[in-house]
Design a protein around this ligand. Structure first.
Ligand SMILES: Cc1ncc(COP(=O)(O)O)c(C=O)c1O
Length: 451
């Protein structure tokens, strides 16, 4: 594929000179020129400066419809005026952080517990990685065991407990059906000794692992909807079996709802799918892009957190006043005027438009969509696991995805490529015109591919 994947100045109708220059500068003071590996784009990242509603603007003054939405954190739209008001109100006459108890965090806790079926108690911190870490440690304390069962491709943040088999070469994990844990970063010591890995949706293997380790598995952590793989749904019976096995074996079931939480439904994926975890983690959309994360769950498990229990939990910025106020306002807005039907209708319009373009052009592709999350796959096969995705859909080892991203960029659409999958998000600020722009550009891309 050569289609615009080089960032060629001759063929690219919009300029990114300042982004390019900033990247040159950044390489001297930021390792690799970026603040985290997932920020890197080829040939250089586009530096953004401001965003409003569904629109985002780069440092060269180019405007895009944003379908990246900060990895799905932004749900109401960028710079929502209602949240801006909450920010100003909170700043006005207050300090911003006390590192003490305060009434707003209690209000937020009551709100989360009233909205999420599996939340009897909750604690707050700042990022998703932090709360999945605490969920696993809490589960280990609660169960008095070490082993963690996780699924290939599911991402729970970068800590040593769970950063296994995330983005990696499946050949490294041995044959299908019984993958071994492969750390996705160096420096993770011997953490693999405490991890069991399974393919997503492989119910038989989950059963087998519980049979092999009947009283040893402390926690099973899973993305109830595998959004790190785009839109991969749990097969009927998969989560139900996980629930049943966890109950039978005294294992803590953790739903990682960092993406699905408040984005797919007010009560999270657990309310859509009707399976109740013991613990749930939230982040991203809970505060429309402000850094808030939550660990919620059954009182009987949560009570093992410090100070009552032996799972230490602390943090200077836990319940940070600004973030707490914004999360609370965000949840109040979502509760008063739930956007989920509007988002589902917009998502369906996008899905139908792209599905028609795929059918008309005959390209071997498909579109996955659930509510406000969508994913374009370069295959028509049904995909149920990480292995399926990397084998069948990465699109010339990711070149096709990069070409698509650059094609969209040149047409005023921002979609951040994720290496092995293309995943995009809608916000309540996106319009049918925004969605139609993406459909038209995608059709044009697919037509180019057929030439
Ligand atoms: C499902 C899931 N869990 C946890 C995380 C980690 O969250 P954070 O990046 O805020 O640390 C992510 C991030 O993308 C995620 O998608």
């Amino acid at each position: 594929v050569t289609l615009l994947d080089s960032g060629d100045r001759e063929t690219d109708p919009i300029r990114h000179d300042r982004s390019e220059a900033l990247f040159e500068r950044a390489r001297r003071v930021l390792p690799g020129g970026v603040n985290g590996a997932s920020r890197l784009l080829s040939p250089y990242p586009i530096a953004m400066t401001r965003a409003r509603g569904s629109q985002i603007e780069d440092v060269d003054g180019n405007r895009y419809v944003d379908f990246h939405c900060a990895f799905g954190s932004v749900l109401l739209g960028h710079d929502d005026p209602r949240l801006r008001d909450a920010l100003v109100e909170t700043l006005d006459g207050h300090g911003v952080t006390f590192a003490t108890s305060h009434p707003l965090e209690l209000e937020l806790a009551e709100k989360v517990c009233s909205l999420v079926p599996g939340a009897e108690q909750v604690v707050f911190s700042c990022i998703g990685t932090e709360v999945t870490y605490h969920a696993i440690r809490l589960a280990r304390v609660h169960a008095g065991r070490r082993l963690l069962l996780k699924f290939e491709g599911n991402y729970h943040g970068w800590h040593d407990y769970a950063y296994f088999n995330v983005r990696y070469d499946i050949a490294d994990a041995g044959p299908d059906g019984d993958p071994r844990p492969v750390p996705s970063s160096g420096g993770m010591g011997d953490a693999a000794a405490d991890v069991l890995v399974c393919e997503y949706n492989d119910v038989e293997h989950v059963r087998e692992l519980f049979a092999r380790h009947p009283d040893e598995i402390a926690a099973l952590i899973v993305e109830p909807i595998y959004h790190n793989g785009g839109v991969v749904m749990p097969e009927p019976g998969f989560l139900e079996t996980c629930r049943e096995l966890c109950t039978r074996h005294g294992t803590v079931l953790v739903f990682d709802e960092v993406i699905t939480g408040f984005r797919q439904a007010l009560g999270g994926a657990q309310s859509l799918l009707g399976v109740m975890p013991d613990l749930t983690t939230f982040g991203k959309a809970i505060a429309n892009g402000y850094p808030v994360a939550a660990l919620a769950g059954k009182r009987s498990v949560m009570r093992d957190l410090a100070p009552l229990g032996n799972a230490y939990y602390s943090g200077t910025f836990n319940g940070h006043l600004l973030n707490t106020a914004l999360a609370l306002r965000c949840l109040e807005i979502l509760e008063a005027d739930p956007p989920y039907e509007r988002l589902a209708a917009l998502g369906a319009r996008l899905r139908d438009g792209i599905a028609r373009a795929i059918a008309d052009t005959g390209v071997d592709a498909s579109i996955g969509q659930l509510g406000s999350v969508f994913s374009l796959y370069f295959t028509r096969r049904k995909l149920t696991s990480y292995r399926d995705i990397v084998r069948h859909s990465s699109g010339n080892g990711g070149a096709l995805q990069a070409a698509y991203q650059r094609f969209l960029l040149a047409r005023g659409i921002y979609l951040h490529p994720l290496g092995y999958v293309i995943r995009g998000y809608l916000t309540d600020a996106h319009t049918t015109a925004d969605v139609d722009e993406l459909v038209i550009a995608t059709r044009a891309f697919l037509e180019e591919l057929c030439k």
